[in-house]
Design a protein around this ligand. Structure first.
Ligand code: SAM
Length: 282
């Protein structure tokens, strides 16, 4: 049997706001590690100081250098070093650097362990008040273009609860796009500043969320938790109503067909035929 290298990689989750959420095992592992790989050495330096940890060595691993750093870190592990990897907040590799280092370590046969802990996706889902039994995480949506439209259409047709991350200045636009694609009655929870002083969970329909995010300027960190699509057999009247609502709102035919097909779980061809019938000239 091939020999397993002596060093290892340990992914360490850190608080998403409240320093009290730093676990005793996280403190222990970060203090013992030969190298602490982190996104921002100054930020992690402050976290470690607050936790009373004296790290032996800090190395920066961020989205711009992860590919190169992954190989260098694996070389260290192969020579016996324990590398602890943290990010600015939460669980590494979840919408954060870490995945490439894990892949490189796995390919080299290095042991990989985790100190689990805070992650905004799980925290928000758990307190959303929406179904938690089956869910999917869609990270950050693309900012614009076709890929963004396709992802939003897929969310509209998804029967599981969907969890998303979003920056505050893009929140209103994302909610408006979700309301258009999913229908205004779909429920959503907006989990804001979790574990921090201004922690808040707002719950309502997408129509209410559009008003809420227009009335109050979104500030701080947000997770969006979107209710899944209801799976009921759509009637021809449902199909016509869903199409008409979108076409009357000015949505172009192609987009309306894609969105309604996803929302009602109908073949595009069937929705296309209905669109021809309802708006032959458009
Ligand atoms: N790896 C992290 C995790 O495990 O949650 C996520 C990192 S991602 C770059 C940062 C995003 O997570 C923020 O833009 C926000 O959407 C969400 N987030 C992080 N902390 C949060 C908090 N305290 N409250 C609400 N959302 C938070």
């Amino acid at each position: 049997m091939a020999e397993v290298p002596a060093g290892k990689l340990v992914l360490v989750a850190t608080p998403i706001g409240n320093l009290g959420d730093m676990s005793p095992r996280a403190v222990q592992v970060l203090g013992d590690a030969d190298v602490v790989a982190c996104e921002d050495t100054r930020r992690t330096g402050r976290l470690l100081a607050a936790a009373g940890v004296h790290a032996k060595r800090l190395v920066a691993v961020h989205e711009h250098n992860e590919r190169g750093q992954a190989d260098a870190l694996v070389q260290r592990m192969l020579t016996g070093d324990v590398v602890a990897l943290v990010t600015d907040a939460g669980t590494p590799a979840i919408s954060d650097p870490g995945e490439r280092v894990v892949v490189a370590a796995a390919e080299a046969g290095v042991t990989i362990e985790i100190v689990p802990g805070p992650s905004a996706v799980i925290a928000a889902l758990a307190i959303s008040g929406l179904p938690t039994e089956r869910f999917c995480f869609d990270g950050f949506l693309p900012r614009k273009g076709r890929q963004r439209a396709e992802r939003i259409t897929a969310i509209a047709g998804e029967s599981r609860t969907t969890v998303l991350y979003e920056a505050p200045h893009r929140l209103a636009a994302t909610i408006a796009a979700l309301a258009e694609a999913c229908g205004e009655g779909r429920r959503i929870a907006l989990a804001r500043e979790l574990t921090k002083r201004f922690e808040e969970v707002w719950r309502g329909t997408l129509a209410q969320a559009v008003v809420h995010t227009t009335d109050v300027e979104p500030r701080g960190e947000y997770v969006l938790v979107v209710e899944g699509a209801a799976h009921v057999e759509a009637t021809e009247a449902d199909l016509d109503a869903a199409l008409r609502a979108r076409l009357d709102a000015g949505t172009d035919k192609r987009t309306a067909i894609a969105a309604v097909a996803a929302e009602l779980h109908l073949p595009r061809r069937q929705v296309y035929q209905a669109a021809l019938r309802l708006a032959p000239g458009r």
